[in-house]
Design a protein around this ligand. Structure first.
Ligand SMILES: CC/C=C\CC(=O)SCCNC(=O)CCNC(=O)[C@H](O)C(C)(C)COP(=O)(O)OP(=O)(O)OC[C@H]1O[C@@H](n2cnc3c(N)ncnc32)[C@H](O)[C@@H]1OP(=O)(O)O
Length: 720
């Protein structure tokens, strides 16, 4: 849909497809017809295109790419060719975002103006495709090859000011975009348009070495992703071929990508993130019927790595924050960490030095709990100790206003037990951040049995505001994210006992696309942490855990990591763990023959026969163990939809988006195959409880329905 109106001699075309004016078939046809009418109308002297509502356009309608649906003609290029050919100036008047096909429409216009808050970009790589409506051909003609490579392969959004500097915008105007568009269009009537038509512009000569270097850079930076490489090929075509031939080349590359498995997975991930934001509680309350409370100010307790990182997320999102530590020395250390992280962001051009300075100005460091008296929300981030957390919550309950929401950054403790220390159990909620909190995007929000819908709505809204991806989960041992890690880690250890080396396991996972193998991650976190957790849990159960323990409650255990800890190999912090790092704190992980000897010795001691384990078996056992746990989490209602699990793995543990997430991966494998393999492993490894097949998986595997149908099936059949 595109509305066509006239203001004096100016034709005003409004892209109208709320909420983001995606360029669906109807919008493309509407735009084509409106342009025809404007060009044919003798009274019209110039044309303005703008978007209804907050955005110019978020680009092509991504839903049209799905399920093999072919985009119906007219394509964006068909609709916009008329602008290229028009003797009347066409102006794109951009408010909000002009992304992907939206920016391509604007690049067919002779002029582009934008509001100070507008953003432009080609985010197609993030959904596994490339700008397929001339973007890779026209942008280099406008801003040069190097800047185009940066924008198109990163998919980043460019703010108005930068867009102006690059030459994408001709003018930054006030927020009254239609008025400004009309005024600007009138001002350019009669000017020569020849040099404004991008397809006619000469493209700078670029040496092939630029592209060779870029291919190496992109392969390293976006390891495993094919779309950025295709973007480079398309941009290279713009340099090497005449316009029409390179447009044809762009189309072919686009069509190859749009049908690829990676595009399917990345587009699934795009919608999964949005589906996951639509939360619901077992009471029926949900994101549609609950409203968040305003969070104008916040507090964080604990200036350690997590607390400092969380405080940084808040202040860089403009939320004045009180950071409380009990000890001045720890507080100062936390602030230094924050300042260092901000310097890093400035160096990486993620923010300006001015923005970093502004953020620190709204931080109030304090050693006095009373300073939390007036904040709207507090996030406690002290170390994992139930008694300590309860003490803090009891104190907060007395100090804070009755409406203040109290959040705990626990990764494992019972939310209800923490809430019991207060008289506001409805306002207590878990907000589990992932280390490093300033970088990792997942925010696992955990509701307790008394947490109100309003409280959930508030922390879900806060998550989006501080640029996290919030997911809502119920309370259970380790919550959803870390609970799924358990079988994954356990299976890795079993594989090592049975014959795979830690380095082979890590290689298989990294080849799959995980940013780091399981053993490198363990070294990074510190092997002593798991050691302590295991001993405390055993103590609670009255179990005497020693390096000789092989079974606990009938379940096989492998304490190889504990053997390393007792030899002083704690991971990166001690310079040695599963890998050798040379010295403490160094990051380069070098396989260590000493570790292989330790493993040999361990296996000899327990009479474990080692065998060759294939890469395929390593991958299947690790992925299927966590997938089975994912189905159990769904079955128990800890999460309400499979998308929640995929979002958790993508943003919490770096599961490659081009593989969609573990539930999507299972869907692609076909559930009947997943179920059969899990049953086989269960038979082969009866002492590993994580191989007991999920009942939900068993039931879903009989239906052969795709992932998009699982949620309604689960909801419609309470027996599942
Ligand atoms: C020949 C091919 C030519 C070109 C290729 C393309 O153009 S591909 C599309 C490239 N564009 C994008 O990837 C942009 C995707 N959208 C966004 O990044 C954000 O939605 C945006 C525009 C920054 C707005 O963000 P905001 O947080 O305000 O809203 P939200 O993301 O929740 O989106 C609101 C609803 O709109 C749906 N949606 C957004 N973009 C598209 C799209 N391009 N196609 C279809 N649907 C889109 C989104 O899913 C939300 O829907 P909902 O049902 O409410 O969850």
């Amino acid at each position: 849909m595109a509305n066509y109106t006239k203001r004096d001699e100016v034709a005003v075309i409004e892209l109208n497809n709320p909420p983001v004016n995606a360029l669906s078939f109807e919008v493309r046809s509407g735009l084509q017809n409106a342009l025809k009418s404007a060009i044919d109308d003798q009274d019209v002297k110039c044309i303005v295109i703008h978007g209804k509502g907050k955005n110019f356009s978020a680009g092509a309608d991504i839903k049209e790419f799905g399920a093999g649906t072919k985009q119906q003609k007219p394509w964006i290029t068909d609709a916009c060719r008329l602008a290229d050919e028009s003797s009347k100036p066409v102006v794109a008047a951009i408010a909000g975002t002009a992304l992907g096909g939206g920016l391509e429409v604007a690049l067919f216009c002779h002029y582009r103006i934008g509001t100070p808050s507008c953003r432009v970009g080609f985010p197609e790589v993030q959904i596994g495709i490339l700008p397929g409506a001339g973007g890779t051909q026209r942008l280099p003609r406008l801003i040069g090859v190097n800047s185009s490579i940066d924008m198109i392969t990163s998919g980043r959004h460019v703010m108005a000011e930068e867009a102006m500097k690059l030459g994408i915008l001709d003018k930054i105007v006030t927020e009254d975009i239609i008025e400004e568009g009309v005024k600007f269009a009138k001002s350019v009537v009669g000017l020569d348009l020849a040099h404004r038509i991008l397809k006619n512009r000469k493209i700078e000569a670029v040496s092939p070495k630029v592209f060779d270097d870029e291919i190496s850079r992109v392969k390293k930076k976006y390891k495993g992703y094919i779309a950025p490489l295709f973007c480079l090929k398309a941009i290279q075509a713009s340099v090497q071929l005449p316009y029409d031939a390179s447009m044809e080349q762009e189309l072919q590359l686009f069509q190859h990508l749009v049908g690829s498995n990676q595009a399917k997975a990345q587009q699934y991930a795009f919608f999964a993130e949005r589906t996951s934001a639509r939360w619901q509680l077992p009471t029926g309350a949900n994101s549609q019927n609950a409203s968040p409370l305003p969070v104008k100010t916040a507090g964080v307790i604990g200036a350690g790595t997590m607390g400092a990182g969380i405080a940084l997320c808040l202040i860089t999102s403009g939320i004045p924050t009180v950071l409380v530590e009990q000890d001045q020395k720890f507080l100062e250390k936390g602030i230094k960490t924050m300042e260092g992280d901000l310097r890093g962001s400035v160096a990486l051009k993620k923010m300006t030095a001015e923005q970093a300075k502004k953020a620190m100005l709204i931080l109030k460091p304090s050693v006095n709990f009373e300073d939390l008296h007036d904040v709207d929300l507090v996030i406690e981030a002290v170390y994992e100790n139930l008694a300590l957390k309860k003490e803090i919550f009891a104190k907060l309950d007395k100090i804070c206003q009755p409406q203040t929401i109290l959040c705990t950054n626990t990764s494992s403790l019972d939310i209800d037990m923490i809430a019991e220390a207060t008289k506001r159990m409805d306002k207590v909620v878990g907000t589990h951040f992932f280390a490093p909190a300033y970088i990792m995007k997942l925010q696992e929000n955990v509701y307790g049995k008394n947490t109100s819908a309003e409280t959930v709505a508030t922390v879900m809204a806060l998550g989006r505001r501080i640029r996290k991806v919030p997911v809502l989960v119920g309370t259970c041992e380790s919550f959803a994210a870390n609970r799924m890690l358990h079988p994954y880690v356990t299976e890795a250890l079993y594989l090592v006992e049975e014959g795979a080396s830690p380095y082979e396991v890590d290689q298989v996972l990294e080849d799959f696309g995980m940013p780091m193998g399981m053993f490198r991650v363990s070294d990074l976190s510190g092997l002593d942490i798991g050691y302590k957790v295991r001993r405390e849990a055993a103590k609670r159960q009255g179990i005497d855990l020693t390096l000789g323990t092989r079974f606990v409650n009938g379940e096989r255990v492998c304490l190889l990591a504990d053997v390393l800890v007792e030899k002083g190999r704690l991971g990166i912090k001690s310079g040695k763990g599963w890998y050798n790092y040379g010295s403490p704190g160094k990051k380069e992980a070098i396989p260590d023959p000493e570790v292989l000897d330790i493993i040999e010795e361990h296996c000899r001691k327990f009479g474990i026969k080692k065998q060759k384990i294939s890469s395929q078996e390593i991958l299947e056992r690790m992925q299927l163990a966590l997938i089975n746990e994912g189905f159990r989490i769904l079955e128990e209602g800890i999460v309400s939809k499979p998308e929640d699990i995929d979002v958790i793995w993508i943003y919490g543990f770096g599961w490659p988006k081009y593989m969609g997430g573990p539930m999507f991966y299972a869907n692609e494998m076909k559930l009947k195959n997943v179920y059969r393999k899990i049953c086989d492993f269960h038979q082969k490894y009866p002492f590993s409880i994580h191989w007991t097949p999920s009942k939900l998986l068993a039931r879903l595997s009989e239906t052969d329905l795709p992932i998009s149908n699982w949620t309604s099936l689960i909801n419609s059949n309470s027996k599942l």
